[in-house]
Every structure is written in C-alpha cells, then in structure tokens.
Design a protein around this ligand. Structure first.
Ligand code: SF4
Length: 451
C-alpha cells in the first residue's frame, strides 16, 4: 500500500532545508504522496528510508523497459488520467507481427518494413519499436529459427508470443540478452513462465479473461519477485477492451491498486481482419491507454498517421516543441540572400524552412525564441511584436552576413511592420506570405523587389 503524506514525513530528515524545491519536509511529503514530486529531489534521505519511500514515490503505473540499446522501449510510468493534467510520459510502442508459419519472403519483407519505415517530422525520426514474433507452428525449433532471423536482421525490441513455456524458452535461447517481452503468462502456465522471466530477467505479459484474474496473475508474479509486468485484459472487442483500459488506469491511479499499476498491451491484430479498421482501433488505444500496440502488418499509409498521432498526444502540452533561436542557412547563402523571420515553434520552423528549400533560392531564416509558440499565438501573447523582434535582429548578427537591409516578416504579423521600421530605421520591412506554401512563389519575386 502506498504511504500517506504523514507516514512519508516521518521518514524524511525534517530539517526544512528547502533543497527539494519546496520550503518544508512536510510539503515535500505531501507532494510525494500525491505523485507530484520525485524522491530523488531530496538529497538527504537515508538509505533505509529510501527503500520504504520508493513505493510511495513510484509512479502508479510502473515503468517497464523492453529490449536494449538504441531501440529499447520504455512504457508505463504514467501518472495522470488526462493529458492536460500534466502530460503522458512514455509513448506506446508499435509492433509488427511476424510468425514462424510465414514464408521467408514475407518474414523478410516485414523485417524490412520494421527497419525502414521511418519518417522525419519536426526534427524527430518517427518509427516503430517492436517485433511481435508469434509461434503458430507449435514447434520450438521453428520458433527458435524465426527469432534467430529476427536477431540477425533487426535491433527492434522483441515480443515472444506463445502460451507454451517450452516455446518461449526456445526463443529465449537466442534473444534473452535482448530482454524480450514474454507474452504470455496465463492462469494455466504462470508458474513456468514466471520461472523463465525470473531466470532471464525479462518483462512478462499476463493475459486473463477478466480483471479479477489479472489481479491474481500480477499478484502471483509480484510474490515471486517479478516487477516488470505488462497487462493484456484479454478482450478483443473494441468497446470492452477500451473499458478495460480505462478501468485499469483508474484503478491504478485513483484507487491505488498496485496489482493493476502496469502498462498494457493491445492486440489490434486480433481485433479485426480489416486493415483500415485495425488502424482506427490502434488510434483509439494510442489515445487511451495502450502501452504496446501490436499490428498485424505495417503499411506506410497507416503507420505514418499512427506515429504522428502518437507524437502529438505524447508531447508535453506545457512545453511546445521548440527550435533553438538563431540564424539558419537554407541552401548556399551569400550576402545578397533574402532574410526571413519566423517563430521557434518547431512545426512552424520545419514548414517554413521546408518551403524555403523548395523555392531553391538560398535564404537565411531568423528564428526568434517565442517559447515554442506559433507566429499568431506568440504575437497575441506579446512575444512576437516589434519591441521583441527588433532587439533580436540587432543582436543575432545577421547584419554582418548580408549587404542589404531587407527583412521579410510573416504575413500574419504585417501589423508590426510600422513598429519594426521605427525600431530598425536602417531596415526595410517586407511583408511575406501568411502561409508557408506561398513562400516559394514569394521568394521568386526577390529579385524584382531589388534583392
Ligand atoms: S530537501 Fe529533504 S530535508 Fe530538505 S526540505 Fe526537502 S525533504 Fe526536507
């Protein structure tokens, strides 16, 4: 059971030194109990107290890592029901299914998709993380051979899928050091699968018919010392599966039921035969509250929207994605190149710089720090007006790199042109387009504007 604020307070040093960021140990204890502070913020907790406090300070959904190295996937660690309360912490992993009953060509094609389907967006590389390797042959040797192929061709995290502990053991012979997820422990096989998970220190998924059975299974695993657990509620009907996700998240967060405080796995691959519907199902569980989503296959047109949706939902709503303030060169600029200005909202930066690139006219892009806000929002918030832009233009050093004094501002802040001409008397302020898509056509007129 989690400790109360007063119980936590009794274990703290009670010196009220304030180094944890709040003025008193009591305030820190209350914040810890509410899941709003990290124990590591207090440097003076004794080891003995630390052990007792770890449970109280742990997030209500335990973080679990699958795989190792650069494609290791951390899921769980969630602390809120709704993104706007704080943020969602760890984006769900997306898995493609392969099976030992598939032809080699099909297996290779899916491994290629897992490796190569990736997309650049707002400066990030978006791609899937997991391979769900399924044993359909019931033959341990065949499964071992499949996992060997996966290991040879991919560094993705692996989900070993079988309810037969001997088959899971065969897969583990070739990938135990990669810390795969063992899927799955059930009421029938839990002792043997738990022994495998414990022996190889691998995370393990539990699957049952209902939440009560899930609690039985997770409790049993906890008693054997296994903490890295993933829950499959077993439902393959969309409505019930969604209800399960919400019940599990609420039970862990609101009712502090630790035995349900684990990430969850959704087998979208088993919920429909229709690829379009499968994608829609996956979108639902990216939003609420799947931690791993297993797809039957990946297609670019379905994977890309899922990756973008995931990025959007798991971006911290209080910290917009931002680009560093400064001068960016697009193409081989020289002292006659046009100079454009924009805000440092990452999406804005990538749209504007992409369109500048499309124009094939080498240009400078001045990115002003607007705390990650888009042009209009920053302007409305008083962070992108003449009074803040002018000092930036003066100090950024662009004047040393060009022999003209023409500044192209976004069309949405045309109203600032007069103020800018007053603040920057040496400069001519030109009104650029409102939409990024019109930048190439606009830049083609650069010469006619005397540039
Ligand atoms: S840092 Fe530790 S000792 Fe200092 S006020 Fe915070 S909880 Fe108390």
């Amino acid at each position: 059971m989690p400790l109360t604020g007063i119980e936590i307070f009794k274990l703290l040093p009670k010196t009220n030194c304030g180094e944890c960021g709040v003025p008193t140990c009591l305030a820190f204890a209350m914040a810890l109990a509410a899941g709003k502070a990290e124990l590591a913020a207090c440097p003076y907790v004794s080891d003995e107290a630390k052990e007792k406090l770890e449970e109280a300070s742990a997030p209500p959904i335990r973080p679990v890592t699958i795989g190792t190295g650069e494609r290791a996937l951390k899921v769980g660690g969630e602390t809120v029901l709704f993104r706007h309360e704080k943020r969602f912490e760890n984006p769900p992993g997306l898995a493609i299914t392969i099976s030992d009953s598939m032809e080699d060509a099909e297996i290779n094609s899916r491994l290629d998709k897992s490796n190569n389907l990736q997309y650049e967006r707002v400066g990030l590389t978006l791609k899937s993380e997991l391979i769900a390797a399924k044993c359909e042959s019931r033959d341990p040797a065949s499964f071992k051979s499949l996992i060997t192929k996966v290991k040879q061709k991919s560094n993705a995290g692996i989900i070993l899928m079988s309810e037969n502990p001997d088959i899971l053991a065969a897969g583990l012979e070739v990938c135990a050091e990669s810390k795969p997820l063992l899927y799955t422990a059930t009421i029938e096989n839990v002792d043997k699968v738990a022994a495998l998970a414990k022996d190889k220190s691998c995370p393990v998924a539990v699957k049952a018919e209902n939440i009560q059975e899930i609690i039985q299974l997770t409790t049993k695993l906890e008693q054997t010392g296994i903490k890295d657990i993933v829950i499959d509620s077993g439902n393959r009907k969309m409505k019930q599966a969604l209800e399960d996700q919400i019940s599990i998240r609420r039970a862990a967060l609101n009712n502090k039921i630790r035995s349900l405080g684990y990430p969850t796995i959704i087998l979208a691959s088993e919920m429909t035969d229709n690829p379009m519907m499968e994608t829609l199902i996956a979108t639902t569980f990216i939003a609420k509250y799947g931690s791993i989503i297993v797809m039957s296959d990946f297609q670019g047109e379905s994977l890309f929207p899922l990756l973008v949706l995931r990025l959007n939902i798991f971006t911290d709503p209080q910290r917009p994605l931002a680009t560093t303030e400064g001068i960016y060169k697009v193409g081989n600029t020289n002292e006659n190149s046009p100079v454009l200005l924009t805000s440092n909202f990452s999406l804005t930066y990538f749209i504007v710089s992409g369109e500048m690139e499309n124009s094939r006219i080498p240009s400078y892009l001045l990115v002003k720090d607007t705390e990650g806000l888009s042009v209009m929002t920053a302007w409305a918030a008083g962070k992108f007006g003449a009074d803040t832009i002018a000092p930036f233009i003066k100090k950024c050093g662009i004047a040393d790199q060009i022999n003209h004094r023409k500044l192209i501002i976004p069309g949405y802040i045309a109203i600032e042109s007069g103020g800018l001409e007053e603040e920057l008397p040496d400069w001519e302020i030109l009104i650029g387009p409102r939409e990024g898509a019109h930048i190439p056509a606009y830049l083609k007129t650069w010469k006619t504007q005397g540039g």
